[in-house]
Write a protein that binds this ligand. Structure first.
Ligand code: ADP
Length: 499
Protein backbone atom coordinates (compact mmCIF):
# COMPACT_ATOMS: atom_id res chain seq x y z
CA UNK A 1 0.00 0.00 0.00
CA UNK A 2 1.47 3.41 -0.92
CA UNK A 3 2.21 5.51 2.09
CA UNK A 4 1.16 9.02 1.15
CA UNK A 5 -2.14 10.85 0.83
CA UNK A 6 -2.73 14.05 -1.12
CA UNK A 7 -5.33 16.62 -0.10
CA UNK A 8 -6.53 19.22 -2.57
CA UNK A 9 -7.86 22.45 -1.11
CA UNK A 10 -9.53 24.55 -3.79
CA UNK A 11 -10.43 27.78 -2.00
CA UNK A 12 -11.89 31.10 -3.00
CA UNK A 13 -8.58 32.90 -2.90
CA UNK A 14 -6.37 30.11 -4.17
CA UNK A 15 -5.32 26.51 -4.60
CA UNK A 16 -3.32 24.40 -2.21
CA UNK A 17 -2.24 20.78 -2.19
CA UNK A 18 -1.03 18.93 0.90
CA UNK A 19 0.83 15.64 0.97
CA UNK A 20 0.85 13.78 4.27
CA UNK A 21 2.75 10.66 5.27
CA UNK A 22 1.37 7.67 7.17
CA UNK A 23 1.94 9.44 10.49
CA UNK A 24 -0.28 12.28 9.33
CA UNK A 25 2.63 14.71 9.05
CA UNK A 26 2.59 17.23 6.23
CA UNK A 27 5.57 16.46 4.01
CA UNK A 28 4.57 18.53 1.00
CA UNK A 29 2.58 21.73 0.63
CA UNK A 30 2.23 24.05 -2.33
CA UNK A 31 -0.07 27.01 -2.82
CA UNK A 32 -1.02 29.34 -5.66
CA UNK A 33 -3.24 32.37 -5.86
CA UNK A 34 -6.39 32.47 -7.97
CA UNK A 35 -7.31 35.55 -10.01
CA UNK A 36 -10.45 37.29 -8.80
CA UNK A 37 -12.36 38.81 -11.72
CA UNK A 38 -14.73 41.69 -10.94
CA UNK A 39 -16.45 42.49 -14.25
CA UNK A 40 -18.95 44.79 -12.49
CA UNK A 41 -19.31 46.04 -8.91
CA UNK A 42 -20.59 43.19 -6.78
CA UNK A 43 -19.78 40.49 -9.35
CA UNK A 44 -17.02 37.94 -8.68
CA UNK A 45 -15.97 35.32 -11.22
CA UNK A 46 -13.20 32.72 -11.47
CA UNK A 47 -11.66 31.31 -14.62
CA UNK A 48 -12.41 27.56 -14.44
CA UNK A 49 -9.36 26.62 -16.55
CA UNK A 50 -7.13 28.63 -14.24
CA UNK A 51 -8.59 26.74 -11.28
CA UNK A 52 -7.57 23.44 -12.89
CA UNK A 53 -4.17 24.76 -13.95
CA UNK A 54 -3.12 26.11 -10.55
CA UNK A 55 -4.56 23.11 -8.77
CA UNK A 56 -2.39 20.83 -10.91
CA UNK A 57 0.61 23.10 -10.37
CA UNK A 58 0.24 22.88 -6.61
CA UNK A 59 -0.31 19.13 -6.90
CA UNK A 60 3.00 18.73 -8.69
CA UNK A 61 4.67 21.20 -6.33
CA UNK A 62 3.53 19.36 -3.20
CA UNK A 63 4.66 16.00 -4.59
CA UNK A 64 8.01 17.46 -5.56
CA UNK A 65 8.47 18.84 -2.08
CA UNK A 66 7.55 15.49 -0.55
CA UNK A 67 9.96 13.78 -2.94
CA UNK A 68 7.29 11.38 -4.21
CA UNK A 69 5.63 10.42 -7.50
CA UNK A 70 1.90 10.13 -8.16
CA UNK A 71 1.94 6.35 -7.77
CA UNK A 72 3.27 6.76 -4.24
CA UNK A 73 -0.17 8.09 -3.31
CA UNK A 74 -2.81 5.87 -1.73
CA UNK A 75 -5.57 8.27 -2.78
CA UNK A 76 -6.45 11.94 -3.17
CA UNK A 77 -9.06 13.81 -1.09
CA UNK A 78 -10.56 17.16 -2.02
CA UNK A 79 -12.22 20.08 -0.31
CA UNK A 80 -13.55 23.09 -2.16
CA UNK A 81 -15.20 26.47 -1.99
CA UNK A 82 -18.92 25.74 -2.02
CA UNK A 83 -21.82 27.14 -4.06
CA UNK A 84 -19.57 28.55 -6.82
CA UNK A 85 -20.93 27.07 -10.06
CA UNK A 86 -20.21 26.80 -13.76
CA UNK A 87 -21.49 25.30 -17.01
CA UNK A 88 -19.31 23.60 -19.63
CA UNK A 89 -19.54 21.75 -22.93
CA UNK A 90 -19.68 18.01 -22.55
CA UNK A 91 -17.76 17.38 -25.79
CA UNK A 92 -14.96 19.90 -25.52
CA UNK A 93 -14.75 20.53 -21.78
CA UNK A 94 -14.88 24.26 -22.51
CA UNK A 95 -16.75 26.37 -19.95
CA UNK A 96 -19.39 28.52 -21.65
CA UNK A 97 -18.96 31.23 -19.02
CA UNK A 98 -16.64 31.83 -16.08
CA UNK A 99 -17.47 30.21 -12.72
CA UNK A 100 -19.75 32.52 -10.73
CA UNK A 101 -18.37 32.73 -7.21
CA UNK A 102 -20.51 32.20 -4.11
CA UNK A 103 -20.10 35.81 -2.98
CA UNK A 104 -21.11 37.26 -6.34
CA UNK A 105 -24.33 39.27 -6.37
CA UNK A 106 -24.95 39.23 -10.13
CA UNK A 107 -27.87 36.84 -9.86
CA UNK A 108 -29.87 38.71 -7.22
CA UNK A 109 -32.58 39.49 -9.77
CA UNK A 110 -32.98 35.82 -10.66
CA UNK A 111 -33.71 35.01 -7.04
CA UNK A 112 -36.04 38.01 -6.69
CA UNK A 113 -38.00 36.73 -9.66
CA UNK A 114 -38.29 33.26 -8.13
CA UNK A 115 -39.56 34.83 -4.93
CA UNK A 116 -42.08 36.90 -6.87
CA UNK A 117 -43.30 33.70 -8.50
CA UNK A 118 -44.05 32.48 -4.98
CA UNK A 119 -41.23 29.90 -4.85
CA UNK A 120 -39.68 31.25 -1.64
CA UNK A 121 -41.42 28.95 0.79
CA UNK A 122 -40.97 25.87 -1.39
CA UNK A 123 -37.25 26.58 -1.71
CA UNK A 124 -36.85 26.98 2.02
CA UNK A 125 -38.85 23.94 3.02
CA UNK A 126 -37.20 21.70 0.39
CA UNK A 127 -33.57 22.82 0.53
CA UNK A 128 -33.40 24.33 4.04
CA UNK A 129 -31.86 27.45 2.49
CA UNK A 130 -33.29 30.95 2.56
CA UNK A 131 -33.48 31.88 -1.16
CA UNK A 132 -30.37 33.83 -2.03
CA UNK A 133 -27.98 34.53 -4.90
CA UNK A 134 -25.27 32.96 -2.74
CA UNK A 135 -26.32 29.41 -3.69
CA UNK A 136 -25.59 27.71 -7.04
CA UNK A 137 -29.08 27.48 -8.59
CA UNK A 138 -29.44 31.12 -9.65
CA UNK A 139 -25.88 31.14 -10.99
CA UNK A 140 -26.65 28.24 -13.36
CA UNK A 141 -29.96 29.85 -14.36
CA UNK A 142 -28.15 33.12 -15.07
CA UNK A 143 -25.53 31.46 -17.29
CA UNK A 144 -28.26 29.61 -19.23
CA UNK A 145 -30.05 32.95 -19.74
CA UNK A 146 -27.02 35.02 -20.66
CA UNK A 147 -25.19 32.72 -23.07
CA UNK A 148 -27.06 32.54 -26.38
CA UNK A 149 -28.49 29.10 -27.13
CA UNK A 150 -27.38 27.66 -23.79
CA UNK A 151 -30.81 26.62 -22.54
CA UNK A 152 -31.53 24.67 -25.72
CA UNK A 153 -28.11 23.03 -25.67
CA UNK A 154 -28.55 22.10 -22.02
CA UNK A 155 -31.88 20.47 -22.82
CA UNK A 156 -30.24 18.46 -25.60
CA UNK A 157 -27.63 17.20 -23.16
CA UNK A 158 -24.73 19.11 -24.68
CA UNK A 159 -23.91 21.08 -21.52
CA UNK A 160 -22.93 20.01 -18.01
CA UNK A 161 -23.16 21.98 -14.79
CA UNK A 162 -21.48 21.64 -11.47
CA UNK A 163 -19.87 23.06 -8.39
CA UNK A 164 -16.06 23.18 -8.20
CA UNK A 165 -15.65 19.65 -6.83
CA UNK A 166 -17.58 18.36 -9.83
CA UNK A 167 -15.53 20.42 -12.27
CA UNK A 168 -12.18 19.31 -10.83
CA UNK A 169 -13.12 15.62 -10.79
CA UNK A 170 -14.45 15.89 -14.34
CA UNK A 171 -11.19 17.47 -15.52
CA UNK A 172 -8.94 15.18 -13.46
CA UNK A 173 -10.70 12.10 -14.87
CA UNK A 174 -10.52 13.38 -18.43
CA UNK A 175 -14.29 13.89 -18.61
CA UNK A 176 -15.17 10.38 -17.44
CA UNK A 177 -16.86 11.27 -14.16
CA UNK A 178 -19.61 13.83 -13.72
CA UNK A 179 -20.21 13.50 -9.99
CA UNK A 180 -20.62 15.38 -6.72
CA UNK A 181 -21.34 14.40 -3.12
CA UNK A 182 -23.93 15.30 -0.50
CA UNK A 183 -22.30 18.23 1.32
CA UNK A 184 -21.70 20.18 -1.87
CA UNK A 185 -25.07 19.27 -3.37
CA UNK A 186 -26.89 20.52 -0.28
CA UNK A 187 -25.56 24.06 -0.90
CA UNK A 188 -26.92 24.40 -4.44
CA UNK A 189 -30.56 25.29 -3.59
CA UNK A 190 -31.57 22.44 -5.92
CA UNK A 191 -31.25 19.59 -3.48
CA UNK A 192 -33.98 18.00 -1.39
CA UNK A 193 -32.51 18.02 2.07
CA UNK A 194 -34.70 15.34 3.61
CA UNK A 195 -34.70 12.96 0.63
CA UNK A 196 -31.03 13.47 -0.26
CA UNK A 197 -31.61 13.91 -4.00
CA UNK A 198 -31.98 16.60 -6.67
CA UNK A 199 -35.46 18.04 -6.32
CA UNK A 200 -37.42 17.54 -9.54
CA UNK A 201 -40.09 20.12 -8.68
CA UNK A 202 -37.58 22.87 -7.98
CA UNK A 203 -35.56 22.02 -11.08
CA UNK A 204 -38.75 22.30 -13.14
CA UNK A 205 -39.56 25.64 -11.51
CA UNK A 206 -36.03 26.90 -12.22
CA UNK A 207 -36.16 25.38 -15.72
CA UNK A 208 -32.76 23.78 -15.13
CA UNK A 209 -32.55 20.45 -17.02
CA UNK A 210 -31.69 17.64 -14.63
CA UNK A 211 -29.46 15.99 -17.21
CA UNK A 212 -26.96 18.83 -16.72
CA UNK A 213 -26.45 17.90 -13.10
CA UNK A 214 -23.90 15.47 -11.70
CA UNK A 215 -24.66 12.18 -10.05
CA UNK A 216 -24.63 12.56 -6.27
CA UNK A 217 -22.49 10.03 -4.42
CA UNK A 218 -21.44 9.51 -0.83
CA UNK A 219 -18.71 11.77 0.49
CA UNK A 220 -16.50 8.68 1.00
CA UNK A 221 -17.19 7.19 -2.45
CA UNK A 222 -14.45 6.65 -5.00
CA UNK A 223 -15.10 9.34 -7.61
CA UNK A 224 -12.60 8.30 -10.26
CA UNK A 225 -8.84 8.07 -10.63
CA UNK A 226 -5.84 10.05 -11.83
CA UNK A 227 -5.26 8.02 -14.99
CA UNK A 228 -6.14 10.85 -17.33
CA UNK A 229 -3.95 13.35 -15.47
CA UNK A 230 -0.92 11.40 -14.25
CA UNK A 231 -1.34 7.96 -15.84
CA UNK A 232 -1.80 6.24 -12.49
CA UNK A 233 -4.73 4.37 -10.94
CA UNK A 234 -4.69 6.49 -7.78
CA UNK A 235 -8.32 6.96 -6.68
CA UNK A 236 -9.96 10.30 -5.95
CA UNK A 237 -11.79 9.56 -2.73
CA UNK A 238 -13.04 11.84 0.05
CA UNK A 239 -14.76 15.02 -1.07
CA UNK A 240 -16.43 17.59 1.16
CA UNK A 241 -17.37 21.26 0.86
CA UNK A 242 -14.96 23.38 2.90
CA UNK A 243 -17.07 24.03 6.00
CA UNK A 244 -18.36 20.48 6.31
CA UNK A 245 -14.80 19.24 5.74
CA UNK A 246 -13.78 21.44 8.67
CA UNK A 247 -16.47 19.88 10.86
CA UNK A 248 -15.28 16.42 9.85
CA UNK A 249 -11.61 17.33 10.35
CA UNK A 250 -12.48 18.51 13.87
CA UNK A 251 -13.83 15.01 14.58
CA UNK A 252 -17.29 16.42 15.31
CA UNK A 253 -19.01 13.13 14.57
CA UNK A 254 -21.76 13.23 17.21
CA UNK A 255 -24.86 15.43 17.42
CA UNK A 256 -24.14 18.62 19.37
CA UNK A 257 -20.46 18.68 18.46
CA UNK A 258 -19.44 22.02 17.03
CA UNK A 259 -16.61 23.66 15.17
CA UNK A 260 -16.08 27.35 14.71
CA UNK A 261 -13.74 28.62 12.01
CA UNK A 262 -12.40 32.13 12.55
CA UNK A 263 -11.24 33.14 9.10
CA UNK A 264 -11.94 36.32 7.18
CA UNK A 265 -15.55 35.40 7.81
CA UNK A 266 -16.56 33.09 10.62
CA UNK A 267 -18.52 29.89 10.19
CA UNK A 268 -20.04 27.81 12.95
CA UNK A 269 -21.14 24.27 12.08
CA UNK A 270 -23.06 22.02 14.42
CA UNK A 271 -23.54 18.32 13.86
CA UNK A 272 -27.31 17.88 14.16
CA UNK A 273 -27.51 14.12 13.68
CA UNK A 274 -29.54 12.09 11.22
CA UNK A 275 -32.31 14.58 10.40
CA UNK A 276 -32.34 18.18 9.17
CA UNK A 277 -33.09 20.63 11.98
CA UNK A 278 -34.33 24.02 10.81
CA UNK A 279 -33.39 26.79 13.24
CA UNK A 280 -34.50 30.41 12.80
CA UNK A 281 -31.59 32.46 11.44
CA UNK A 282 -29.33 29.48 10.76
CA UNK A 283 -29.18 27.14 7.76
CA UNK A 284 -29.55 23.40 7.90
CA UNK A 285 -27.41 21.49 5.37
CA UNK A 286 -25.96 18.06 4.87
CA UNK A 287 -22.73 17.54 6.78
CA UNK A 288 -21.77 14.40 4.85
CA UNK A 289 -23.05 11.14 3.50
CA UNK A 290 -21.11 8.02 4.42
CA UNK A 291 -22.06 4.83 2.58
CA UNK A 292 -25.38 6.47 1.69
CA UNK A 293 -26.22 7.50 5.27
CA UNK A 294 -26.68 11.20 5.78
CA UNK A 295 -25.55 13.32 8.71
CA UNK A 296 -26.95 16.83 8.91
CA UNK A 297 -25.53 20.06 10.23
CA UNK A 298 -26.64 23.56 11.14
CA UNK A 299 -24.59 26.46 9.94
CA UNK A 300 -24.18 30.07 11.06
CA UNK A 301 -22.10 32.49 9.01
CA UNK A 302 -20.64 35.70 10.38
CA UNK A 303 -19.48 38.02 7.63
CA UNK A 304 -16.88 39.90 9.66
CA UNK A 305 -14.56 37.93 11.93
CA UNK A 306 -10.89 38.27 10.88
CA UNK A 307 -12.19 40.86 8.43
CA UNK A 308 -12.59 43.27 11.35
CA UNK A 309 -8.88 42.86 12.10
CA UNK A 310 -8.06 43.62 8.48
CA UNK A 311 -10.11 46.78 8.78
CA UNK A 312 -8.25 47.88 11.92
CA UNK A 313 -4.98 47.14 10.14
CA UNK A 314 -5.58 48.45 6.60
CA UNK A 315 -8.14 51.20 7.01
CA UNK A 316 -7.90 52.54 10.55
CA UNK A 317 -4.19 51.66 10.78
CA UNK A 318 -4.54 50.95 14.51
CA UNK A 319 -2.47 47.75 14.29
CA UNK A 320 0.36 46.60 11.99
CA UNK A 321 -0.63 42.96 11.76
CA UNK A 322 -3.74 41.01 12.77
CA UNK A 323 -1.85 39.00 15.43
CA UNK A 324 -0.81 42.33 17.10
CA UNK A 325 -4.41 42.62 18.22
CA UNK A 326 -3.75 40.08 20.97
CA UNK A 327 -1.03 42.15 22.60
CA UNK A 328 -2.96 45.42 22.35
CA UNK A 329 -6.17 43.90 23.71
CA UNK A 330 -4.26 42.68 26.75
CA UNK A 331 -2.97 46.17 27.59
CA UNK A 332 -6.30 47.28 29.06
CA UNK A 333 -8.33 45.36 31.64
CA UNK A 334 -11.57 45.89 29.69
CA UNK A 335 -13.00 47.95 26.86
CA UNK A 336 -14.42 50.24 29.53
CA UNK A 337 -17.88 49.88 28.05
CA UNK A 338 -16.90 50.25 24.39
CA UNK A 339 -18.47 47.89 21.84
CA UNK A 340 -17.58 47.55 18.18
CA UNK A 341 -20.33 46.00 16.05
CA UNK A 342 -18.73 44.98 12.72
CA UNK A 343 -21.91 45.12 10.62
CA UNK A 344 -19.96 46.49 7.64
CA UNK A 345 -22.24 44.79 5.15
CA UNK A 346 -25.16 44.26 7.49
CA UNK A 347 -25.68 41.73 10.27
CA UNK A 348 -25.39 38.07 9.29
CA UNK A 349 -26.49 34.98 11.23
CA UNK A 350 -28.65 34.77 13.21
CA UNK A 351 -30.10 38.29 12.73
CA UNK A 352 -29.86 38.79 8.94
CA UNK A 353 -30.32 42.53 8.65
CA UNK A 354 -28.89 43.95 5.41
CA UNK A 355 -29.75 47.48 6.58
CA UNK A 356 -27.53 47.35 9.69
CA UNK A 357 -24.17 49.13 9.54
CA UNK A 358 -21.10 48.98 11.74
CA UNK A 359 -20.73 51.10 14.88
CA UNK A 360 -18.38 51.82 17.73
CA UNK A 361 -20.38 52.87 20.75
CA UNK A 362 -19.89 53.62 24.42
CA UNK A 363 -16.82 55.83 24.04
CA UNK A 364 -15.91 58.51 26.57
CA UNK A 365 -12.97 60.88 26.44
CA UNK A 366 -11.00 58.27 28.37
CA UNK A 367 -11.33 55.85 25.46
CA UNK A 368 -8.06 55.00 23.71
CA UNK A 369 -7.23 52.97 20.65
CA UNK A 370 -6.47 50.07 22.98
CA UNK A 371 -10.12 49.98 24.01
CA UNK A 372 -11.22 50.05 20.39
CA UNK A 373 -8.82 47.25 19.42
CA UNK A 374 -10.01 45.18 22.35
CA UNK A 375 -13.64 45.85 21.42
CA UNK A 376 -12.89 44.60 17.90
CA UNK A 377 -11.47 41.32 19.20
CA UNK A 378 -14.38 41.00 21.61
CA UNK A 379 -16.84 41.42 18.73
CA UNK A 380 -15.58 38.13 17.28
CA UNK A 381 -16.48 36.42 20.52
CA UNK A 382 -19.92 37.96 20.93
CA UNK A 383 -20.92 37.15 17.36
CA UNK A 384 -20.06 33.52 17.99
CA UNK A 385 -22.17 33.54 21.14
CA UNK A 386 -25.10 34.96 19.10
CA UNK A 387 -24.99 31.98 16.78
CA UNK A 388 -24.45 29.38 19.48
CA UNK A 389 -27.36 30.73 21.52
CA UNK A 390 -29.60 30.62 18.45
CA UNK A 391 -28.56 27.05 17.75
CA UNK A 392 -29.10 25.87 21.31
CA UNK A 393 -32.45 27.66 21.63
CA UNK A 394 -33.63 26.39 18.26
CA UNK A 395 -32.66 22.75 18.64
CA UNK A 396 -32.61 22.05 22.34
CA UNK A 397 -29.16 20.54 21.68
CA UNK A 398 -26.76 21.47 24.45
CA UNK A 399 -23.29 22.31 23.17
CA UNK A 400 -20.61 20.94 25.51
CA UNK A 401 -17.49 22.53 24.02
CA UNK A 402 -16.36 24.60 21.06
CA UNK A 403 -13.66 23.27 18.75
CA UNK A 404 -11.95 26.14 16.96
CA UNK A 405 -9.81 26.60 13.87
CA UNK A 406 -8.96 29.24 11.26
CA UNK A 407 -6.29 31.91 11.06
CA UNK A 408 -7.40 33.87 14.15
CA UNK A 409 -7.30 31.05 16.71
CA UNK A 410 -3.61 31.57 17.37
CA UNK A 411 -4.94 34.54 19.34
CA UNK A 412 -5.04 33.21 22.92
CA UNK A 413 -6.89 36.25 24.19
CA UNK A 414 -9.68 35.55 21.71
CA UNK A 415 -9.92 31.87 22.66
CA UNK A 416 -9.93 32.57 26.40
CA UNK A 417 -12.57 35.27 26.15
CA UNK A 418 -14.64 32.97 23.93
CA UNK A 419 -14.61 30.33 26.67
CA UNK A 420 -15.48 32.96 29.28
CA UNK A 421 -18.41 34.43 27.37
CA UNK A 422 -19.84 31.02 26.41
CA UNK A 423 -19.17 29.36 29.74
CA UNK A 424 -17.91 26.20 27.99
CA UNK A 425 -14.38 25.03 27.13
CA UNK A 426 -12.86 26.21 23.87
CA UNK A 427 -10.63 23.53 22.39
CA UNK A 428 -7.89 24.31 19.90
CA UNK A 429 -6.56 21.26 18.08
CA UNK A 430 -2.96 20.74 17.04
CA UNK A 431 -3.98 20.49 13.44
CA UNK A 432 -5.65 23.72 12.45
CA UNK A 433 -6.00 22.77 8.76
CA UNK A 434 -9.24 21.06 9.62
CA UNK A 435 -10.87 21.25 6.18
CA UNK A 436 -8.25 19.62 3.98
CA UNK A 437 -7.49 17.00 6.64
CA UNK A 438 -11.22 16.38 6.95
CA UNK A 439 -11.40 15.54 3.25
CA UNK A 440 -8.37 13.26 3.50
CA UNK A 441 -9.86 11.48 6.51
CA UNK A 442 -13.16 11.05 4.69
CA UNK A 443 -11.22 9.46 1.83
CA UNK A 444 -9.51 7.20 4.34
CA UNK A 445 -12.90 5.89 5.41
CA UNK A 446 -13.79 5.17 1.80
CA UNK A 447 -10.46 3.48 1.07
CA UNK A 448 -10.52 1.39 4.22
CA UNK A 449 -7.43 3.14 5.59
CA UNK A 450 -9.44 3.70 8.75
CA UNK A 451 -12.31 1.47 9.69
CA UNK A 452 -14.63 3.75 11.66
CA UNK A 453 -15.36 7.23 12.91
CA UNK A 454 -14.05 6.13 16.31
CA UNK A 455 -10.72 5.32 14.72
CA UNK A 456 -10.66 8.76 13.10
CA UNK A 457 -11.59 10.50 16.35
CA UNK A 458 -8.41 9.08 17.90
CA UNK A 459 -6.30 10.98 15.38
CA UNK A 460 -7.63 14.35 16.53
CA UNK A 461 -5.23 15.93 19.04
CA UNK A 462 -5.66 18.87 21.37
CA UNK A 463 -3.22 21.74 21.37
CA UNK A 464 -4.81 23.70 24.20
CA UNK A 465 -8.07 23.80 26.13
CA UNK A 466 -9.32 27.21 27.31
CA UNK A 467 -11.53 26.69 30.36
CA UNK A 468 -14.01 29.43 31.33
CA UNK A 469 -12.55 31.52 34.12
CA UNK A 470 -14.81 34.57 34.26
CA UNK A 471 -17.77 34.64 36.66
CA UNK A 472 -21.11 34.02 34.93
CA UNK A 473 -22.56 37.35 36.09
CA UNK A 474 -19.72 39.30 34.56
CA UNK A 475 -19.93 37.29 31.33
CA UNK A 476 -23.68 37.80 31.03
CA UNK A 477 -23.40 41.49 31.77
CA UNK A 478 -20.73 41.96 29.07
CA UNK A 479 -22.85 40.00 26.61
CA UNK A 480 -25.98 42.01 27.48
CA UNK A 481 -24.03 45.16 26.56
CA UNK A 482 -23.19 43.59 23.20
CA UNK A 483 -26.82 42.80 22.48
CA UNK A 484 -27.77 46.39 23.25
CA UNK A 485 -25.01 47.73 20.98
CA UNK A 486 -25.76 45.26 18.20
CA UNK A 487 -29.45 46.06 18.26
CA UNK A 488 -28.74 49.77 17.92
CA UNK A 489 -27.18 49.08 14.51
CA UNK A 490 -30.24 47.24 13.20
CA UNK A 491 -32.03 48.94 10.34
CA UNK A 492 -29.47 51.76 10.42
CA UNK A 493 -29.58 52.58 6.70
CA UNK A 494 -33.34 53.02 6.94
CA UNK A 495 -33.15 55.08 10.14
CA UNK A 496 -30.55 57.32 8.50
CA UNK A 497 -32.61 57.72 5.35
CA UNK A 498 -29.98 55.95 3.26
CA UNK A 499 -32.08 53.01 2.07
P1 ADP B 1 -9.41 32.79 5.17
O1 ADP B 1 -9.14 31.33 5.02
O2 ADP B 1 -10.83 33.17 5.38
O3 ADP B 1 -8.72 33.67 4.17
P2 ADP B 1 -7.69 32.49 7.52
O4 ADP B 1 -8.25 31.32 8.19
O5 ADP B 1 -6.36 32.41 6.87
O6 ADP B 1 -8.75 33.20 6.58
O7 ADP B 1 -7.61 33.65 8.64
C1 ADP B 1 -7.15 34.92 8.33
C2 ADP B 1 -7.98 35.96 9.05
O8 ADP B 1 -7.74 35.89 10.45
C3 ADP B 1 -7.65 37.35 8.60
O9 ADP B 1 -8.86 38.04 8.40
C4 ADP B 1 -6.86 37.96 9.76
O10 ADP B 1 -7.20 39.32 9.92
C5 ADP B 1 -7.33 37.16 10.94
N1 ADP B 1 -6.26 36.87 11.92
C6 ADP B 1 -5.10 36.22 11.67
N2 ADP B 1 -4.38 36.12 12.79
C7 ADP B 1 -5.08 36.71 13.79
C8 ADP B 1 -4.88 36.91 15.19
N3 ADP B 1 -3.79 36.45 15.81
N4 ADP B 1 -5.85 37.56 15.87
C9 ADP B 1 -6.98 37.99 15.27
N5 ADP B 1 -7.21 37.82 13.97
C10 ADP B 1 -6.29 37.20 13.23
Amino acid sequence: MPKYIAGIDEGTTGARTFVINEDGETVGLAAAELTQNYPHPGWIEHDPQEIVRIQLETFRGAMHQAGIRPDDLAYVGLTNQRETALVWEKDTGQPIYRAIVWASRQTVDVVEQWKEQGLGEQIESTTGLIPDAYYSASKIRWILDQVPGAQERAEKGELLAGTIDTWLVWKFTGGKQHVTEFSNASRTMMFNLAKGEWDDDLLAAYNIPKRMLPEVRSSNAVMGDLNATFGVDVPICGILGDQQAGLFGQAAYSPGQVKMTYGTAGVLNINSGDAPKPVPGLTPSIAWGINGELTYEIEGVQFAQGKTMQWLRDDLKLIHTAPDSEWYAGQVPSTDGVYLVPAFTGLSAPIWDPYARAAIIGMSNATTRLHVIRAAVESMVYQTRDVIDAAQDGTGISIPELRVDGGAVKNNFLCQLQADILGIPVVRPKNQEAAVYGAMLMGGLGMGQWSSLDALAELWEVDRVFEPEMGRDEAESLYAGWIAARDLTRGWLKKAGRA
